[in-house]
Design a protein around this ligand. Sequence first.
Ligand code: PLP
Length: 949
Amino acid sequence: MNTNAFALRHIGPNEEDKKQMLDTIGVASLEQLISETLPDDIRLKKELNLDAPMTEHEYLLHIHDLSKKNKAYKTYIGLGYHPTILPAVIQRNILENPGWYTAYTPYQAEIAQGRLEALLNFQTMVTDLTGMEIANASLLDESTAAAEAMGLLFAVRDRSQKKNNINKFFVSENILPQTLSVLQTRATPIGVELVIGKEDRFDFSSDFFGALLQYPGKNGQITDIKTFISKGITANIKVAVAADILSLVKLESPGKFGAHVVVGTTQRFGIPMGYGGPHAAFFATKEAYKRDLPGRIIGVTKDMDGKRALRMALQTREQHIKRDKATSNICTAQVLLAVMAGTYAVYHGPKGLQFIADKIHNKTSELAKAIAKLGFNQVNTSFFDTLQIKTDSKKIKRIAKEKKVNLRYPDKETVTISINETTGIRDINYLITVFAEAAGKDTITLNSIAEHHNIPESLQRHSKFLSMEVFNSHHSETGLMRYIKSLERKDLSLNQSMISLGSCTMKLNAAAEMMPLSWFKWGNIHPFAPNKQAQGYLTVLKALEDQLSEITGFAATSLQPNSGAQGEYAGLMVIKAYHESRNEAHRNICLIPASAHGTNPASAVMAGMKVVVTKSTDEGNIDVEDLREKAILHKENLSCIMVTYPSTHGVYESAIKEITKIIHDNGGQVYMDGANMNAQVGLTNPGSIGADVCHLNLHKTFAIPHGGGGPGVGPICVAKQLAPFLPGNPVKKTGGQKAITAISAAPFGSALACLISYGYIKMLGTEGLTECTRTAILNANYIKTRLQGSFETLYSGERGRAAHEMIVDCRPFKAHGIEVSDIAKRLIDYGFHAPTVSFPVAGTLMIEPTESENKAEIDRFCDALISIKKEIDRTSLDAPNNVLKNAPHTMSMLTADEWHFPYSRETAAFPLDYLKDNKFWPTVRRVNDAYGDRNLMCTCAPIEAYMEA
Ligand SMILES: *Cc1c(COP(=O)(O)O)cnc(C)c1O
């Protein structure tokens, strides 16, 4: 046996563990357990056809070889992506640190204060630079953020606009092309009409509900947003601005001029281009629109002792609660990248950002002068970092290519050049040689860079930014390293203990999968770089598409969606395009089982579909008769069903093939939510079950870390008939023959993160992947058996087996006055992150151990839950001052001179022995959500700042 095989490193239980666990469950073999779990008729008849597995070492050599096929030319393409300098202290202490990248979305606020603080910094940075009142904790990319801005402005139309169905939205022709494409995708299904034109010719007397400007414009000219916004306000047209965040250091903030929404990307704040992502977009708006703000918002509140504490605010807006009435379908966002960008601002501070922005602007200005001196016509009258030259672009392109620099050539007579943080004076001199050669003149060599102001007086920034202490404290490496560590220590991640979040698949994110993300030749490729320079990426991405198509049993894959929810939307839009291509555009009914994840109905509504909810049976399965009835009733207009498999109840429903047949018989397509793919890989697949399209959450099943709530990658895999419609990109050709317009900004979404999943599959191979699935099922069923007598599993398969996860019922404990949240909080005292709380059934926990946890860890977790059950037994309704209600217990509470509780300190802190060796301390007591929502505060400004306002 190769004891160094990656499968042995990735999969938790060893052979001995497995034997004991099977014994406990009471089955003779793993195969017996699997055959009692999966219905026979869906088992794959033949093995997946994937490459033989590599060891970690072999993989790192392989991926290093491939990286050499990428050519990291000096890149001045711009269009929302720029070379950056990621400070090494942030790279090493955040990006490469499992304490940060393996964390889950901060639902359990008490053990997430560190990343919540880092996200509050991000929000503060965004509100300050944009001049807005409130910002969220990131969105997926600038283009989807712009689409969300359009959606928000549409939703907050005034009464008369709604009554008169004012649905026109103006988009400046200076908008980034990829943003325009995403807006086109998003507008029609929600009933918005886009009108594209020149902002300086806009007729404010016509009926529009909103407008979107790019600041500065895509070719670098600075847009006079001040005049436009003020006219817009007079005409009752609300204005969104897509702004370059670094330029806002020098340009007055859109908020100051009265903008209603400001969006953009924070990629320039130290995040590698990574061939398109992941990067954190931002979304800032007015306080008045807080309930319509998409995505997660971090807010300040207090804990049980009145101490300041942070948590996710206003969650009632989200799809988990509002479902088809949600403000957006955003679930996973870009937390890790937002943390990095926010920390970049902490590291540089206002003076550092000013220095960087000035440097860029001055170099751009010197370049402009030199190019003009050589006789070229540089047409931007004001600019931050981008020049626009009217000349024979073909000629420039040929010379630039020889000299290995990437400029942008929007048309035959235009060249643009975007300068960035990495550009040195030598680079400027080198750029000048391109134009000198084209002009047939001697080049001009600059020896120094003077100060310049090519920004109109009326748009120069006068408002201060980042004056808060945190942005003015940690500018040395020692200082920042310790600040990052102080935050990290507040958070529980996978490097502490298992995180058994049902539906979220918190498995190992192996170091070998992560390492290439730091490599220069993967980080430094612009998404619109010529294919010849991106051969490493194109090879990996094509291979990953093929791997995923093979695994799902489908014909083609698109890696473009940046999250599971975006995958849902993409899949539904592809289905819609398919129906339209058959002259069946009227098909718009989407059946969704009651137990579905909240993103499903939210995505269906965004895709312009009408949601019809189907019932579940008492056993938690889809009620097939109800489904049949509704499918037949809507036969003429049925578009599709959205179904999760195994179900969100943790069961492989045996009727699944019948369900897919019913839908097909009635003219619909089957959308499979692939969030539970970890229970399918190698054993069955959506294609063979009869689905037509599924999304995968590569940040669940395929080992991309959750990053505290993103990045995500949500590719869609489709059957043959849907392949022609896979999404495209307006700048770089991608997608199907009849591609729908863009879903995300970048052609391949978050390409850099895709390396992780590629490595995961490459190192596991067919047998390894299949063994992961089997072991995930084994681990879940072992937990189910061990918890018997303490916790009842709510649903199981026909032969009593759980799938890869299970729901345990905590509702009976209400008789003791104990809620499921009390158990979740008490688990913190035991050093564990709670499983998924109250999804898909209120008052329950959904446990998913994944294959990466070994028997010892799972036993510890089960011991903790069983111990908690005993604690519950000792509580009663009339004694609410108990160890569960008061959980979690902090160190300051336990070491205080006074102790008022009817149980000992030891019971509170060390209920089981293992805790004495390895105790995780939460830094706040239970947080008060309601208080924070009533007194919403979403920046790290001191309280006084709010009182003044
Ligand atoms: C996680 C999940 C989603 C949403 O995926 P995101 O990447 O968070 O957008 C959808 N459906 C199910 C069942 C999920 O578990």
